[in-house]
Design a protein around this ligand. Sequence first.
Ligand SMILES: C[S@@+](CC[C@H](N)C(=O)[O-])C[C@H]1O[C@@H](n2cnc3c(N)ncnc32)[C@H](O)[C@@H]1O
Length: 323
Amino acid sequence: MNSYLEATRSLYREAALEPQEALCCTSSMPYALPGLEIPKEMLEMNYGCGTTVHLRDLKPDSTVAYVGVGGGMEALQFAYFTRRPGSVIAVDSVPEMLEKARENFEIAAELNPWFEPDFVTLLEGDALDLPVPDGSVDLAAQNCLFNIFVADDLRQALSETRRVLRPGGALVISDPVCDQPIPEFLRQDERLRAMCLSGAVPLDEYVGFVTGVGFGTVEIRARRPYRVLDARRYDLEDDILLETVEIAAFNDPVPSDGPCVFTGRTVFYTGDEEYWDDGKGHVVMPDVPLAVCDKTAGWFADLERDDIFVTDSTYHYGGGGCC
Ligand SMILES: C[S@@+](CC[C@H](N)C(=O)[O-])C[C@H]1O[C@@H](n2cnc3c(N)ncnc32)[C@H](O)[C@@H]1O
């Protein structure tokens, strides 16, 4: 096995045996859902950087594959919605982490009368070779794992999630990205990489990996500051900002003119007519924001009409619109 993958396992073995609250720093609070009590043992092992649990993805009959279970907090949150034996399949390559998650699910069952530990099937396995059949799940999720992978492994991990998703299913991601170049000596530092501090790639590049393995629609749902690699501590010329992004990638066919990537760009019509129809399926009306993918935003901007206003990306796409 590649030595950085072994270093990653070893770091998370330690983090399972002795929880390390400061290992990762999540930038969003878990939802306060009625009747859901998250055990403190899970909160102490929240090794994610954002959330992959989005209400609009979840239906009671969903089946979820969760890659890199950690202490089990997000798997428990998914199980809150699915509530069926085996409806969340949680994979991890570190046996000690799986054992810890198992213990945490027992505690969760004592605190939450609706929850049974068998709602979550824990499987030992690798993100690069998921022990899950083709096309068998509605949602796949990973939080703060794929950024650790080098390019070929990242492609493989993303392909694996697409393989296990049914057509139309979604991969939900929360991961660090970094638009500044991270020097090679930090990228090669296996421990920093395993700690999700030096493997991050720019957002556009990350989205390129996602669409490159065949996801046809991508949503950037949130983008927030995550960490600073400060010049003094990391021996750098300048501070480097890491951000965390939440992305949903849909297992849709890639359109002939390329994938649809929604980054929050929006079109407004400011003319005098009741509406304006571009003849390509987009109808804009006065005072009605139309969320569009970046391809469509570019097409509207290229029209250079003074009655069409196109916003920049907010990186906070919340659904809706057309393309
Ligand atoms: C940064 S932690 C994130 C844990 C969890 N997703 C969370 O948000 O708290 C990464 C997790 O991935 C697991 N892991 C590391 N390498 C893996 C691999 N190659 N395949 C599957 N799981 C892996 C670790 O054991 C750990 O549980």
